[in-house]
Design a protein around this ligand. Structure first.
Ligand code: HDE
Length: 712
């Protein structure tokens, strides 16, 4: 388990958890009652071959514990990976918020973050095309604050009432429990094509954001508009953003499919390994702040969670940084039992009336009751706050505290009036006093009715390669639907975003885009409503483009933690290898030696080197770039193993950087690369700094068209 190597004082939450750690080293085995055990292999029987005796309490304890090891997995976000860390504030924003975490720059607030896919079960693949959860628990001095967000800035639906429908539609179909961890099926597109508010999140899911290269390379968003409250009681609207220091990068769909087979724990392993290696993942926290008086300034409603505020309209102010520096000790105790609740807030932060957020405030506590078994889940070590808690809530399953005293009510005099109330000046929470004067009404605000402008803005803002990926994704997903009417309805809907996009998808499906659709498609806005009548004129475009939405404008500076496959066999050139390795490692990249066999390889200087993976046990989709040092014998060996050829071809198809030195060129002459030696990310006897720059660029997307024409 990685320890924080920064020598900084231990975080308060880690100290708290240490009280619950159970060491196993040098300990004798006991029962749960502390009885020493001398046989855990055989049950108690009548005779050596006889029936097992009911008396066997050792067997009963071991087996009953085992029988009850599982708890219900999360209904959504079941598959996740978590890590500990801390948050540091760069500068106080006391003008906007009185929260200690936003005003005290001397604090190092402990955090636990959990990243997840949404639709798949606990054991499903990391590389599903899906939204990623991005949940952070801040153990603050004023109580726990949970920012439970996603890696996309908008959500599928506008009202909590639709959530069960959305999730039932995307989950495996209930009659056959197929498909696992995939939106590419009839029920999902049946629902979303009739619920056009989903379109914005849907097109983000068709984009590369849905298949991240690493959990460490994705953004996070609080999605809803929240409030910040300052010490004068004034409110500002706020949207929260997490920006990864490594930039936002993704794999291609072809890779995602193959990674799912080669290593379905790809993201989980990557997060764990990076932390173990001391390459701590970092994200900066940013806020978009909108003054109260600007509430109605925009072409969309701030309370509508299917809309984002383009950064070009309201810049993201970076205020602090989260560093994850410690892996959990135990997956179940920490990552599985952690309970995030959007309702966990602290003074200085408050909710808005976003109808999705309002519903979430109910759901998350409710779900923990069945998932974790009762109302005392806040006492589980990973969930307990770092500040003391005192109230009159009592009893319930698994009460771990022993509350003292004669009273459990308020007001009381027998207990000296304790626990007593706090005043606001002492840090008590006080809900923002928003004036509401309205009829009780079950409807959707008209200001939520524009379902097409922002998906269109998103699509327009993407680079050509990103747009191509969206078209390919829609073609794949709709191609997996069996109902032609659903495919056609989707084509009509996609055409509302962009006609050319819909045409490309229609071509792939072998269908025409229908000019109208018969049924009312948007149940959300009333049984008789036709969504096209409710849309604002087509021209309603906030901006021509919002460059911040495209991954083409992310950071391309670092090669830290990038995995470089070095293809070698006995006799490889040590001189070439040493120079490239030294340079790439000095910039934080990870060198992995791949050879025809496991064990060791010997270089041309007769030194032995540990092989990281035998070629038969690995795949090119697990690496970011390839380097092939020269060495005559080595290259002759590599040429005779066909998997090395397909390994290189595949990396080339996935637009990755490839560098070769000396005889290494003979090897690539047997691959597709032979015809593309002038490619901007192919390096033959070139300066290693150019190779490193190409790795930092993530991919050479200019190669995409060629790559698409190559079979692997
Ligand atoms: Fe969740 N969501 N959600 N969700 N959600 C859960 O809570 C729910 C929504 C998100 O790593 C559940 O503890 C409703 C938006 C994350 O443990 C459940 C609605 C956003 C996680 C639940 C939403 C999210 C969850 C399942 C619509 C982004 C995983 C287990 C009103 C802002 C947290 C659990 C973790 C988990 C309900 C919509 C993010 C059932 C009813 C919007 C990251 O309570």
């Amino acid at each position: 388990m990685a320890k924080d190597k920064s020598n900084s004082p231990k975080l308060k939450k880690i100290e708290d958890l240490e009280a619950s750690y159970k060491e196993m080293d040098n300990k004798a085995m006991t029962t749960n009652q502390g009885l020493k055990v001398n046989d855990t292999n055989n049950s108690l029987k009548s005779g050596t071959r006889g029936a097992t005796l009911l008396e066997d309490f050792l067997l009963r304890e071991k087996i009953t514990n085992f029988d009850h090891e599982r708890i219900p997995e999360r209904i959504v976000h079941a598959r996740g990976s978590g890590a500990h860390g801390y948050f540091e504030l760069y500068e106080s924003i006391e003008e906007y918020s009185k929260a200690g975490i936003f005003t005290d720059v001397n604090r190092k607030t402990p955090v636990f973050a959990r990243f997840s896919t949404v639709a798949g079960s606990k054991g499903s693949t990391d590389l599903a095309r899906d939204v990623r959860g991005f949940a952070v628990k801040f153990y603050t001095e004023e109580g726990t604050w949970d920012l439970v967000g996603n890696n996309m800035p908008i959500f599928f639906i506008q009202d909590a009432m639709k959530f069960p429908d959305l999730i039932h539609a995307v989950k495996p179909e209930p009659n056959k429990e197929i498909p696992q961890a995939a939106s590419a099926h009839d029920t999902f597109y049946d629902f979303v094509s009739r619920t056009t508010e989903t379109l914005h999140n849907q097109i983000w899911v068709m984009s590369d954001r849905a298949i991240p290269r690493s959990l460490r390379m994705m953004e996070g968003f609080g999605i809803h508009t929240f409030r910040l409250i300052n010490d004068k009681g004034e409110s500002h609207f706020v949207k929260f953003h997490w920006k990864p220091k490594l930039g936002v990068h993704s794999v291609t769909w072809d890779e995602a499919v193959k990674i799912s087979g080669a290593d379905s724990d790809f993201h989980r392993r990557d997060l764990w390994d990076a932390i173990e290696a001391g390459a701590y993942p970092e994200w900066e926290l940013g806020v978009q702040i909108v003054p109260e008086e600007d509430e109605f300034k925009y072409d969309f409603d701030l309370l509508d969670p299917t809309k984002l505020i383009p950064e070009e309209l309201v810049p993201v102010k970076i205020i602090g940084k989260m560093t994850l520096n410690r892996n959990p000790e135990n997956f179940f105790a920490e990552t599985e039992q952690v309970a995030f609740l959007p309702g966990h807030i602290v003074p200085g932060i408050d909710f808005t009336n976003d109808p999705l957020l309002q519903g979430r405030l109910f759901s998350y506590r409710d779900t923990q009751l069945s998932r974790l078994g009762g109302p005392n889940f806040h006492q589980i070590p990973i969930n307990r706050p770092v500040v003391d808690t005192h109230n009159n809530q009592r009893d319930g399953k698994m009460q771990m505290d022993i509350p003292k005293g004669q009273t459990a009510y308020f007001p009381n005099s027998i207990g000296g009036g304790c626990p007593h109330l706090s005043k606001m000046a002492e840090g008590a929470f006080h809900s923002y006093e928003e004036r509401i004067d309205a009829n009780k009404i079950r409807t959707r605000s008209e200001s939520f009715n524009d379902h097409f402008s922002q998906p269109a803005l998103f699509y327009r803002s993407l680079s050509a390669w990103e747009q191509q990926h969206v078209a390919d994704a829609y073609t794949f997903e709709l191609g997996k639907c069996n109902h032609q009417d659903i495919q056609e309805r989707m084509l009509w809907v996609v055409a509302q975003i962009d006609t050319d996009l819909a045409k490309q998808v229609a071509k792939g499906l072998g269908l025409e885009i229908p000019s109208t659709i018969e049924q009312p498609i948007n149940q959300a806005i009333g049984a008789d409503a036709k969504v096209e009548d409710q849309q604002p004129p087509k021209k309603k475009n906030y901006l021509d483009a919002a460059p911040s939405l495209s991954q083409a404008h992310t950071k391309f500076e670092s090669i830290a933690t990038r995995q470089i496959a070095v293809l070698v066999s006995d006799g490889f050139s040590m001189t070439n290898f040493k120079a490239v390795k030294a340079h790439l490692e000095s910039k934080g990249a990870v060198i992995q030696l791949i050879a025809p066999h496991g064990g060791q390889v010997t270089c041309d200087e007769n030194m032995k080197h540990k092989v990281d993976a035998a070629i038969m046990t690995t795949e090119s989709v697990l690496y970011d770039a390839i380097y092939i040092p020269g060495g005559k014998k080595s290259i002759t060996d590599l040429k005779s193993t066909s998997k090395f050829i397909s390994f290189i071809n595949e990396a080339f198809k996935h637009c990755k950087a490839i560098a070769v030195d000396d005889e290494g060129e003979d090897l690539i002459d047997k691959t597709y690369v032979a015809d593309y030696k002038d490619d901007a990310a192919v390096f033959i006897n070139a300066d290693v700094t150019a190779f490193a720059k190409a790795i930092a660029n993530h991919r050479n997307w200019d190669r995409m068209e060629i790559a698409d024409s190559l079979a692997v």
